[in-house]
Every structure is written in structure tokens, then in C-alpha cells.
Design a protein around this ligand. Structure first.
Ligand SMILES: Cc1cc2nc3c(=O)[nH]c(=O)nc-3n(C[C@H](O)[C@H](O)[C@H](O)COP(=O)(O)OP(=O)(O)OC[C@H]3O[C@@H](n4cnc5c(N)ncnc54)[C@H](O)[C@@H]3O)c2cc1C
Length: 536
């Protein structure tokens, strides 16, 4: 069963080796298991629903608790401590587009606001009800998850927008195709959520981001149904798909989405390579993407992330042996690991691997142990988020943030974000362990993905204050470097204060006008993407 206050299936665990536990103590200090609230206690706090009865709307307290928060660190703090504050007044699980339209009419009639809900995996507060006088209806799309139409010749597939990653892949694989969209939240996140947050999968280098894969669809809005036709390309004015992508439920509910699929690859390989330092690795990956070598993934860890990954993995003897061999090649304490993926036909895989390795070699990158590390990575790629459960139970909070900048700004932006986070809890006399990788590479730049770990305080409000202080410091560093406030997680409520710095006054006014056109009463997911009214 899905955990209500953590990540994933409650039968899946992520035990850490003893040595890893010692590392955590070394990095930020030892900690202890927090006192979590239990579901029964939380259910008892849920206020009466303010929604009048409707056949599709469930107002049971436990269902409302399970839709109250997503997966951000503040969400975890709220769920684990029981200090949740706001709950939706009801949850509906429609099974057709007509039911979605009916629910929007009902919400309008009773003066409710609506939160479209996919898998609830948002890490920036996208699906949290706002406090206030207005009743809140959450519309969970999970029952609209079927392959509705399939055009084999054009490789176009239309799904209900509530299809999860496994739903999408299983139904496409039956036809010998794949979408190739693998965010780390793949297990639970949905097609509708991906489109509405502009998500990026781990193999975006090969398959493209969701905006490349989303061909069109239907959006049920308070002003009517908005159809986006799946043209292969069009010069008929601005591309309106771009308004739907990243609209975070503010314009309406995506009921179905047509995606561009790809034949299943004949071959796929993942390789691990080690560079003597980050500068060499960064130059190599930039040259690889600029040479347009058709890889499906590139992910370069800093020295600190490499050390952290190896330490948490255990396998001491294997890693000790690896380090000895690497040091013979001059790859020592500053070593940085690069994971790269090659996907496609056999000849393409061979050509791309050789071309990438040739560039890697000129920058002193060493491939060791064949595909052994790459195979480990692919095996565990959707298991890693379970580490969040283990760390919390040991008394540690872990969070991630990300941006994207052009190549010439990578070093300074990365250094500024880490410098904002590392001493960020000095006022509490606490340490923060910070590590970073570059992923989602483009010829013009890359995304910078930062993970930070710190100890939970005894008081959950103090843990939240620590997080707020760190998040503000890092977001300020991103904005100061003119980075985007999000490369893939979206805006939600946590990044909304920083969006005007990126879009500008006119840009915010335009977004505001678009939202008003589709949603004149402001009933769709208020407080997300935009805070307040930007009309001029
Ligand atoms: C462990 C973990 C790993 C992650 N890894 C990645 C990653 O690798 N790449 C990445 O991009 N993100 C990642 N994320 C973030 C998150 O999974 C993505 O933002 C994802 O796209 C959200 O999808 P969802 O279905 O869970 O949407 P939800 O969280 O339910 O909703 C997100 C937003 O989309 C809106 N929405 C959802 N469905 C619809 C719909 N049908 N119509 C209209 N609006 C809708 C909601 O209103 C909300 O504003 C990760 C999150 C976690 C917890």
C-alpha cells in the first residue's frame, strides 16, 4: 500500500549499511528517531467538510488526509508531525471527461476551489489546499489512466491524463513502443502531472523533456473544453501547447494527452566513468552534447556527490579496490563520477559509446568495471527515493533543489548555491551536508541539481524554520545568478515568490490574463504558480 506520510510502497525499504550511518554522523552529527503522529490522531483533527453532497465527492476524513500534502520537505514535516493545518473538503476520482466537466460545474455552483491531483508527488507544494473561507475540492485523476487511442503508423498514443509512469510504459510496451519519460518519481507520478509541471525524465537527453513528448490533448476548463490538436509541427501562430505545459492546474484539468512514442530500443547501456576533477568532467560533457553525440543520459557528480554516493552504497571492499585502481591513473580525492547512457539500435549504441569515450579519454576520464556501476544505477534508479524514509526515521531531513544556467555560469552558480546552503544553519549551530550533480545537459547549458541533508530538530516547527532559511538562501543565490527558479520541479507555492524575477512584470501580467480567460472566477488551484493578482 502507498505510504500516507512518506515515499512509495510501505513494503519497500532502503536499509543503510552501518558504515553509512557513521558517515551521516560525521557529516552533520548523530541524530535520533523523531516522534511521528499516527494516522488515527490526524484523522481526529480533520474538520467537517464544507462541501454539499455530490455523488462523486468523497468527504471521508482519511481520504482527505491522504490528499492534503505532496512530497516536499515541508509536506513531510506536516504529515509526520500531524501539523497539517489544511485539508481538502472532499476528493473526487472521476472516470470520464464528462465527470470532470460535471465536477467543475459543481465546484463553480458551490463556490469551491479545485485542486487537480495526479500522483501527488509534487515537491514544491502544488497540491496543498490554501487556508481560507472557500471549500476545496481535490480532483484525483488516477482512474483516467487508459490508452484511449493508438495510431501505430504515426507513433501517437492518447492516454487518460491520470496514467502513472508504469501505466504508460506497460500499455505502450504491449505495442513495442516506449515514451522514455523516467522522472525519479516514475512509480507514482502521472502523465497529467508531468505535462502540468514541465517535468524532465532521467533520459531526457535521448527522448526529450515532456514538452517534446506532449503532442496535444484536451483540457476541461471553467470556460469550456480546450482542445490541442497533435500536429507534428505548425507555423499557425504561437504554439498554445506551451501555455498548457507548466500551467500547474491553474487553467483547467488535462483529461487526456496524446504523446509521441518511440520504438523500444534494441540495446541500452549505462556506463560509469571517473574524472580526476570536476573541471575535466564538465568540459567533457559539454563537448559531448555540443558534438550532438546521441546519448540518452549524462549525469556528472561533483567530488562531494561522488564521495557521498560511494559512502552510502556500502560495498567497502569493492569501492576500496576501485579507488586503488583509480589512484594509479591519477584519479584521487577530487574524483568525479559520470554516468552516461546509450540507447537505440546496436550500431548506434556502438558508435555513440565510442564517440563519447573518445572525448572522455581526452579529459582523463577512466572507465572501470565495465557496465557494473551503470547496471547498479539502472537497477536502483526508482528505489533511491525510498532512502528519504530511512533517513527520516534516523532523524535526518533530505531535500533537493535545481536550476539551469548556460555553461559559462555553471561554476559560479553551483558554488554560490552550495555556499548559501553549507553554512545556512550556523544560527542553529547545525551543519548541512551538500552535494550536487549536473544532469539534463543541453548544448547551451545544463541543470544543476543540489541535494542537502541536515538533522531534524526536536520541534517540527523548528525543522520547518531551518528548511525555510536554507530554501530562501539557495533560491536567492539562483535568482542572483539569473538561473531559472526551476528546471523540472515547477513553481507550485514554494517557488512562486521567485517567479516574477524570471518572467518580469509583463510576463506575469500575461500569465494572469491567460488564467482569467480560462478561469474567470479564479477557482483553479489558487496560490500556485502565481501568488496574488498581476493584472496591470
Ligand atoms: C522522489 C521524487 C523524485 C522526483 N523526480 C523528478 C524527476 O526526476 N523529474 C521531474 O521533473 N520531477 C521529479 N519529481 C517531481 C514530481 O514528481 C513531478 O513534478 C511530477 O511531474 C508531478 O506529477 P504528479 O502526477 O505527481 O502531479 P501532482 O504532484 O499530483 O501535481 C502537480 C501539479 O500538476 C497539476 N496536475 C496534475 N495532474 C493534472 C491534470 N490532469 N490536469 C491539470 N493539472 C494537473 C496539479 O494541480 C499540480 O499543480 C520528483 C518528486 C519526488 C517526490
Amino acid at each position: 500500500m502507498k505510504r500516507w506520510n512518506g515515499w512509495g510502497d510501505d513494503h519497500t525499504t532502503y536499509p543503510l549499511p552501518d558504515k553509512a550511518i557513521n558517515y551521516l554522523a560525521e557529516w552533520v552529527g548523530s541524530s535520533q528517531t523523531p516522534q511521528d503522529a499516527n494516522l488515527r490522531e490526524i484523522i481526529a483533527q480533520v474538520p467537517n467538510s464544507r462541501l454539499p453532497a455530490h455523488a462523486l465527492v468523497n468527504t471521508d476524513a482519511d481520504v482527505r488526509v491522504k490528499h492534503a500534502r505532496g512530497q516536499s520537505l515541508p509536506d513531510w514535516i506536516a504529515l509526520r508531525s500531524g501539523r497539517i493545518g489544511t485539508f481538502p473538503d472532499g476528493v473526487a476520482l472521476p472516470t470520464s471527461e464528462a465527470e470532470v466537466a460535471d465536477l467543475l460545474h459543481y465546484a463553480k455552483e458551490v463556490g469551491a476551489t479545485v485542486i487537480p491531483y495526479g500522483g501527488g508527488t509534487s515537491v514544491v507544494g502544488h497540491i496543498n489546499p490554501k487556508p481560507g473561507e472557500t471549500p476545496v475540492l481535490t480532483i484525483n485523476m488516477q482512474r483516467l489512466n487508459n490508452l484511449q487511442q493508438f495510431d501505430e503508423t504515426s507513433q501517437l498514443a492518447t492516454f487518460g491524463a491520470g496514467a502513472s509512469g508504469p501505466d504508460v510504459e506497460a500499455q505502450l510496451r504491449a505495442h513495442g513502443l516506449t515514451l522514455g519519460h523516467y522522472p525519479q518519481s516514475f512509480e507514482l507520478s502521472t502523465l497529467g502531472g508531468w505535462v502540468m509541471t514541465r517535468s524532465s525524465g532521467q533520459q531526457s537527453l535521448g527522448y526529450g523533456r515532456i514538452e517534446d513528448l506532449f503532442a496535444g490533448g484536451a483540457i476541461e476548463t471553467p470556460a469550456g473544453t480546450w482542445q490541442l490538436l497533435p500536429h507534428p509541427a505548425s507555423a499557425a501562430g504561437p504554439d498554445l501547447r506551451q501555455l498548457a505545459l507548466g500551467s500547474e492546474g491553474r487553467l483547467g484539468i488535462l483529461t487526456k494527452a496524446t504523446v509521441r512514442a518511440t520504438p523500444l530500443p534494441e540495446e541500452e547501456e549505462f556506463h560509469a566513468v571517473f574524472f580526476p576533477d570536476f573541471a575535466q568532467g564538465k568540459t567533457a560533457v559539454r563537448q559531448i552534447v555540443q558534438a550532438k553525440i546521441p546519448l540518452s543520459m549524462l549525469r556528472l557528480s561533483t567530488a562531494m556527490e561522488t564521495t557521498t554516493t560511494l559512502a552510502l552504497a556500502g560495498h567497502e571492499r569493492l569501492i576500496g579496490g576501485l579507488e586503488k585502481i583509480l589512484s594509479l591513473y591519477g584519479v584521487k580525492d577530487e574524483k568525479c563520477m559520470l554516468l552516461f547512457g546509450v540507447t537505440g539500435s546496436k550500431p548506434l549504441v556502438k558508435m555513440a559509446r565510442q564517440a563519447a569515450l573518445a572525448i572522455i579519454k581526452t579529459h582523463k576520464g577512466i572507465e572501470i568495471a565495465g557496465q557494473r556501476f551503470g547496471k547498479q544505477w539502472i537497477k536502483g534508479r526508482f528505489h533511491t527515493p525510498y532512502l528519504r524514509n530511512t533517513l527520516w526515521d534516523m532523524g535526518y531531513a533530505i531535500d533537493t533543489l535545481e536550476t539551469a544556467v548556460s555553461w559559462h555560469k555553471i561554476d559560479k552558480t553551483l558554488a554560490d548555491i552550495e555556499a548559501a546552503l553549507r553554512p545556512g544553519l550556523a544560527a542553529w549551530d547545525e551543519r548541512v551536508h551538500v552535494f550536487t550533480h549536473l544532469s539534463h545537459m543541453y548544448p547551451q547549458g545544463a541543470s544543476i541539481y543540489v541535494t542537502y541533508l541536515f538533522r531534524l530538530a526536536d520541534d517540527p516547527d523548528e525543522t520547518l524554520a531551518r528548511w525555510r532559511s536554507l530554501k530562501k538562501a539557495a533560491s536567492t543565490a539562483i535568482v542572483a545568478n539569473r538561473g531559472t527558479i526551476s528546471h523540472q520541479h515547477g513553481v507550485g507555492q514554494d517557488h512562486a515568490p521567485y517567479l516574477p524575477a524570471e518572467k518580469g512584470e509583463l510576463g506575469m501580467a500575461l500569465l494572469n490574463d491567460v488564467a482569467r480567460r480560462f478561469d474567470p472566477d479564479g477557482m483553479m488551484n489558487p496560490g500556485k504558480l502565481m501568488i496574488g493578482d498581476y493584472s496591470q
